[in-house]
Design a protein around this ligand. Structure first.
Ligand code: SF4
Ligand code: SF4
Length: 167
């Protein structure tokens, strides 16, 4: 019986399509197949307040927040996709995109910049300081992910509000 089953499985695998795909040349429709998959972290920088909670929550030190410089940086090759940062963010501007970080031949970090409003007391001092950095231009793909993250955060917020209202 065992040999018969083995022969059946072998024959079936000879005629059926492979279960794997030739990544990165072929990609699966992850949104449809694994909508809850944790691919990589996306930050909606327009909503981010550079509070640093995500940096403190990250167990592997993948996020660096420099409020003074207005920079939010993530090392995607250090991130272990635990999603802790997305749970700790007080503005719900962090989310997990289903797509993994693109394969690369060199390690790199990804920085997003935001001009924070200057404190009134420091205004006079800031006038003589360094010029503000220009806002980083996003690629259409990154922009689409930010839009998706924004929608997901709004839905999360609405669900939270609905849950609180029903309690
Ligand atoms: S926790 Fe959220 S708001 Fe705070 S720095 Fe991180 S991404 Fe920005
Ligand atoms: S998903 Fe986890 S490992 Fe990755 S940046 Fe967020 S807290 Fe750090």
């Amino acid at each position: 019986m065992g040999s018969f089953n083995l022969a059946k499985m072998t024959l079936r695998s000879l005629v059926s399509k492979p279960a794997t795909v030739r990544y990165p040349y072929e990609k699966r429709d992850l949104e449809r197949l694994f909508p809850q998959m944790r691919g990589h972290v996306v930050n909606d920088i327009d909503v981010c307040i550079l509070c640093g909670m995500c940096q403190r929550a990250c167990p592997v030190g993948a996020i660096t927040v420099d409020r003074k410089a207005g920079d939010w940086t993530i090392d995607p090759y250090r991130c272990v996709q635990c999603a802790s940062c997305t749970h700790e963010c007080p503005k719900d501007c962090l989310s997990m995109d289903v797509h993994c970080t693109e394969p690369a031949t060199e390690l790199s970090v990804f920085t997003m910049h935001k001009d924070m409003p200057a404190k009134p007391a420091a205004g006079a001092k800031a006038a003589g300081g360094a010029a503000a950095k220009p806002k980083r231009e996003l690629t259409p793909e990154q922009q689409a992910r930010v839009e998706a993250a924004r929608k997901a955060a709004a839905a999360k917020k609405a669900a939270k509000a609905a849950q609180e209202a029903s309690e």
